[in-house]
Design a protein around this ligand. Structure first.
Ligand code: UDP
Length: 486
């Protein structure tokens, strides 16, 4: 009631774009419902979001950034490198991750001082479960993936179907799921196939989840209903689907979301204005994936051969040496834009000229495409992306696969070609040329785009889940400080 103080929630995002962007959106969305929200964030990462948060504050939303210095000196990094998306050399990955670990003590102190009503922690900070327990408050973890991926990973890890096949390329069925999903061993993450340090971290994360109140997911019911039901009934954790969170963004936020764009968004959109509806392919592989020159060369040849207009986003060291991997005369002949660095992805996807998105199947990218009603070419690489591919191509049927065969470790430096030009070109033509299959896929993608917009409106499934969560937390606070753990 109006007499009681506002609910207070603290959000702790992990320092990678794919984690930080949706969690900040989520925090802003929750603040727009009148909850007092604090986001704990390091200095340079705070700069990315500060303008948007300042505008939220001006409009009366109770949100603030609690800014914390990143321990550059302690881990031997130059000032300003504090995000896995802004590394300038490969050896910085471990240092940035180490810096993130060193944030534990100061963040714990902030949490003790603030004693909020609830902690929303990125999955990568399992230790927040301990502080939550000490404070007697619920910890909710934020998982930036699909329910489909969570259910599939849970089945693979608990049933080990990959141990029953005799080779890495033989297919096996992921058991117990609502659909018949087939995989090969080659498509499973490293840590499932052998013991890795990352696997050990995931064990800690899993243990923290058993002590958590539930999970917040950037998805919506209508997109993967049977997997949401499966997750709740079979895996048995509380879960709230409150997405797509990108729909809470204003036009300004979209232009510089997650980093400053290296292109003038206006120029990019005017170029798209000159193209026919659904004719342009958007090609981007998220904030972390790196390709070596031979693979970039294959992509260029495929784009050239398909002759569809494109926007191609490229990030990593080799980008400055285009001439080494671009086919002769590519730039002169191309009917496309190449963006070297950060692109205004959500704005691009929303443009009616965009007819397809070739993606690494990072969950944010998929959901942003779904929201814009854009069908996908799925090229999964690492993390849970091979599971997300199944949602795209087989479950929701809103895209085609490029035929990726192998899970690819991000820090693997081998100069190999993972997918050949013929396969890439074939997938582009399958989706972008007119034909029955492409029409059906496009129609379904448009339908999901409409659904995505309606679920966040008053009375929609995501709106109801979000307000339901807030009501539940208010009731929980009123009932007892620690009762929920029993
Ligand atoms: N993104 C962007 N511009 C870029 C690259 C990425 O705005 O040039 C955003 C994209 O819209 C998404 C996020 O960065 O919100 C990437 O998240 P995703 O889960 O797709 O992939 P990850 O980077 O985590 O592998």
């Amino acid at each position: 009631d109006s007499e009681s103080p506002k609910l207070e929630m603290v959000f702790i995002p992990f320092i990678a774009p794919g984690h930080m962007i949706p969690m900040v959106d989520l925090a802003r969305l929750i603040a727009s419902h009148g909850v007092r929200v604090t986001i704990i964030i390091t200095t340079h990462n705070a700069l990315i979001f500060k303008k948007a948060i300042d505008r939220d504050i001006e409009t009366g939303n109770p949100i603030n950034l609690h800014i914390l210095p990143f321990p550059f000196a302690q881990v031997g990094l130059p000032e300003g490198i504090e995000n896995l998306g802004s590394l300038t050399s490969p050896d910085q990955t471990a240092k940035v991750s180490m810096g993130a670990m060193l944030l534990q003590k100061p963040i714990e102190q902030i949490l003790r001082d603030r004693a909020p009503d609830c902690i929303v922690s990125d999955m990568f900070y399992p230790w927040t479960a301990d502080v939550a327990a000490q404070l007697g408050i619920p910890r909710i973890w934020f998982q930036g993936s699909s329910f489909t991926a969570l259910c599939a990973a849970h089945s693979v890890e608990s049933n080990a179907p990959h141990e029953k096949v005799t080779s890495d390329t033989e297919t096996f069925v992921v058991p117990g799921l609502p659909d018949r999903l087939e995989m090969t061993r080659l498509q499973l993450p490293d840590h499932v196939r052998s013991k890795t340090p990352y696997g050990a971290l995931l064990d800690l994360i899993g243990e923290a989840e058993t002590r958590s109140y539930g999970v917040l997911m950037n998805s919506f019911y209508e997109l993967e209903p049977s997997y949401i039901d499966h997750f709740k009934s079979v895996i048995g954790k509380k879960a709230w689907h409150i997405g797509p969170v990108s729909l809470c963004l204003s036009k300004y936020d979209k232009a510089n979301r997650g980093q400053n764009s290296v292109v003038d968004a206006h120029k990019c959109l005017s170029w798209l204005d000159s193209k026919k509806a659904n004719s342009v392919l958007y090609v981007s592989f998220g904030s972390l994936a790196k390709f070596r020159a031979p693979q970039l060369h294959e992509i260029a040849l495929a784009l050239q051969a398909s002759s569809h207009p494109f926007i191609w986003v490229i990030r990593y060291e080799e980008t400055t040496k285009d001439q080494m991997w671009l086919p002769d005369g590519f730039k002169e002949r191309m009917n496309g834009l190449m963006i070297h660095g950060w692109a205004p992805q959500v704005l691009i996807l929303e443009h009616p000229a965009i007819g397809g998105f070739m993606t690494h199947c990072g969950w944010n990218s998929i959901l942003e495409s779904v929201t814009a009603g854009v069908p996908l070419i799925a090229w999964p690489m690492y993390a849970e992306q091979f599971y997300n591919e199944k949602l795209v191509t087989q479950i929701a049927k809103i895209g085609v696969g490029v035929g990726a065969e192998e899970w690819y470790n991000l820090i693997d430096d081998e100069r190999k070609v993972l997918v050949k030009r013929e396969k890439i070109e074939k997938a582009v033509l399958r989706l972008m040329d007119s034909g029955d299959e492409a029409e059906k896929i496009r129609e379904r993608a448009k339908e999901f785009g409409e659904k995505a917009k309606s679920v966040v409106e008053v009375g929609g499934s995501s709106y109801n889940d979000l307000t339901g969560l807030i009501d539940e937390l208010v009731r929980l606070r009123a009932s007892t400080a620690v009762g929920w753990m029993d």
